[in-house]
Design a protein around this ligand. Structure first.
Ligand code: BGC
Length: 331
């Protein structure tokens, strides 16, 4: 009888410990599969194709596009050539069209290379926004960006206002083959055409890079040592121009007007190595372009041409400009 009781106690203890082992063991070793309820849901897939992936100007366009995409439930891809190059650009664009995404934001850099692709995309149901550079001959849905001819014209007018006497101008153009760069030069020429004191003595290409702008400025100065002013038509040209003047002509003070308020260019304006900047709004371009694509996808018909503002700033305007900029960034 006593034996039976002992066996029963042992059996019970065994069962309890087995149960506890099973219960706690399972809780210890069982890894619960994550079933997240916060996975983002996207309504549309858009692509932004920059002229050059790591260009600071395009990173600002991207930032604007990402902010709008986040608000609108858009999956945004940013993909483009590593270095500015027409063939690579067209290749990326063609590949994205084949991917049948909902919308693409791309520059209309040249009629021959881009119009057939834009039209093909639109036929396939992909909405197209030309951004930064328009191609009005194509079937693009909307253009969002600077009025490039007007921006060049404003640069020319600013140059007339800021200078006196005979001026020999060297132009550093971002790319000879890009429509917006050509328009910026045409607008400038138109503005100064009746000023007999102003002559354009040469033009060289920077291929939108700083090293390219350095080389272009060097060549211009070698061929035309009498240059008194420079006009740079893309975002990194001013930095390259200033660098060459600093080293090759340290005692001269040519007038420099260029595009875009990237931080280094702003510093050079502050340091009086650059005299005036044509202000574009790349963040706003990206932001508006994404919103317009959403409108198109919803079946709405936004304005076909949406120019972002353009203005000229000089050193005197810097404080006000920076304050406004900070306020906008804190919005
Ligand atoms: C132009 C862009 C260009 C960039 C290059 C800007 O002024 O608007 O099209 O890609 O310069 O740095």
């Amino acid at each position: 009888m006593k034996k039976k009781l002992v066996y029963s106690i042992f059996a019970l203890a065994f069962l309890i410990s087995a149960f506890l082992m099973f219960f706690y063991g399972q809780n210890t070793f069982y890894v619960k599969k994550e079933t997240s309820t916060t996975e983002p849901k996207y309504d549309y897939h858009f692509v932004l194709i920059p002229e050059e992936e790591d260009n600071e100007y395009w990173r600002q366009v991207e930032k604007g596009a990402r902010d709008a995409a986040e608000k609108q439930g858009v999956y945004l891809e940013y993909i483009g050539p590593k270095r500015a190059n027409l063939n690579d650009h067209v290749r990326v664009f063609d590949k994205e069209i084949a991917g049948k995404v909902d919308g693409i934001m791309v520059q209309g850099l040249s009629n021959e290379a881009f119009t057939p692709l834009i039209n093909k995309a639109v036929e396939k149901g992909t909405s197209i926004i030309t951004i930064d550079t328009d191609l009005p001959e194509s079937r693009r849905d909307v253009y969002v960006g600077t009025d490039n001819y007007m921006a060049g014209f404003m640069a020319g007018k600013a140059f007339i206002e800021d200078t006196k006497g005979e001026q020999m101008v060297g132009i550093v153009i971002g790319r000879n083959d890009a429509i917006h760069q050509q328009l910026r030069v045409e607008g400038f020429k138109e503005a100064v055409k009746n000023e007999l004191r102003i002559k354009i003595v040469g033009m060289k290409e920077s291929n939108i890079s700083k090293t390219g702008a350095v080389q272009a400025t060097y060549d211009l100065l070698k061929e035309n040592p009498n240059i008194t002013a420079f006009y740079g038509t893309s975002a990194l040209d001013g930095v390259g121009i200033a660098q060459v003047i600093r080293t090759m002509r340290p005692y001269s003070d040519p007038y420099v007007i260029t595009f875009d308020t990237l931080p280094e260019t702003i510093q050079l304006l502050e340091a009086e190595e650059i005299d005036a900047i044509v202000v574009q709004h790349p963040y706003e371009m990206g932001y508006t372009a994404v919103n317009m694509l959403v409108e198109l996808k919803k079946g709405n018909h936004p304005e076909k041409i949406q120019h972002t503002p353009t203005s000229i700033i000089r050193k005197n305007d810097l404080n006000q400009f920076l304050q406004k900029h900070i306020q906008e960034n804190n919005k």
